[in-house]
Design a protein around this ligand. Sequence first.
Ligand code: NAD
Ligand code: GDU
Length: 329
Amino acid sequence: MKLLVTGGAGYIGSHVVKALGKKGHQVVVYDNLSTGHPWAVTHGELVVADLADRERLEGVLAAFRPDVVLHFAALIRVEESVREPLKYYRTNVSYTLNLLEAMTRCGVRNLIYSSTAAVYGIPERLPVDETAPLAPINPYGASKVMGEKIMEDLAAAGGLNYVALRYFNVAGADSEGELGQAYRDATHLITRALKTAAGESPRLYVYGTDYDTPDGTCIRDYIHVDDLASAHLCAMEYLVATGRSVALNCGYGHGYSVREVVETVRKVTGVDFPVEEIYRRAGDSPVVVADSTRLKETTGWSPRHDDLEFIVRSAHLWEQRLATRVAGR
Ligand SMILES: NC(=O)c1ccc[n+]([C@@H]2O[C@H](COP(=O)([O-])OP(=O)(O)OC[C@H]3O[C@@H](n4cnc5c(N)ncnc54)[C@H](O)[C@@H]3O)[C@@H](O)[C@H]2O)c1
Ligand SMILES: O=c1ccn([C@@H]2O[C@H](COP(=O)(O)OP(=O)(O)O[C@H]3O[C@H](CO)[C@H](O)[C@H](O)[C@H]3O)[C@@H](O)[C@H]2O)c(=O)[nH]1
């Protein structure tokens, strides 16, 4: 198939592009490289352009005529979204509108959308399934709910078929060591902990130890990025075969506390790095764990790397490669 991937030079998009390329699909990546990297595009063509540029976007869609668009491009930091909400609504909502309008004009009707567990806010029942109310507690989550709502309305009007994949906490790196997280200033827990173990930061801050959880720190459902990539392939096959629109959780169904993650990173790296426990971070939900039964039953997806130590190990190997790459420049 012909696939247009927005944000395909980023962390998750690049892993999905690799999986798509390996399956023989024809890929065009559309990315402004604000956080992505050209080296991360291992298959297909890279168009360096912004979703704000409606003319360029429509031109690329009209020329390529993809069977499916996979839409990763977005801003992703919860805390930043609390401080700078307009930036988030602009990129995550208004540029999604640009994409949907351009797709509509070009007659492209299939979309895989990167949504998030943050749409659930503080879930009432755990693990949370897709029937739970959407009640985001930060602008990032709200922007993704808006994206889903726009797609739902467009689908109801007969103009779109979509799968919204609600990712839980994505972590780890490509099993061949070619790709991984390479944000300029990483904020994700596992990456921050690994960088601290490597001596790039003096200490790891743990944000909040007074949550209503067994050890007082937040609990998250960490999913390996390669398992998430395979969920995209499954979702795409389902979408093309059935034309049915649906939202699907992507997680393993069990969570780890911040303290458990810290201990796993210490074990994997063999470094007893310093940790400082401080105040809560704005916009954080205490516990977020996925019920992914619907993803498994609708698409046949099954995870291969449901193991925190494996996830941390793969991320650790990637961090070592990244350090060599930077040092070699
Ligand atoms: N990382 C996670 O744990 C996580 C969890 C849930 C959902 N998500 C979602 O997954 C998607 C990908 O996240 P990621 O972690 O790979 O982030 P990322 O920052 O690595 O990837 C985003 C990509 O989009 C590009 N981009 C940003 N704004 C753009 C614009 N205006 N025009 C064109 N390209 C633009 C960036 O250059 C980058 O390559 C996002 O939609 C995010 O909300 C991520
Ligand atoms: O240095 C750090 C970094 C994180 N944390 C804590 O670790 C947990 C996980 O934080 P991350 O930043 O790794 O991930 P989030 O759960 O905040 O958010 C991630 O997953 C969400 C879905 O749940 C969103 O989609 C979002 O894009 C993505 O960054 C949180 O309790 C956070 O407070 C720390 O204690 N110290």
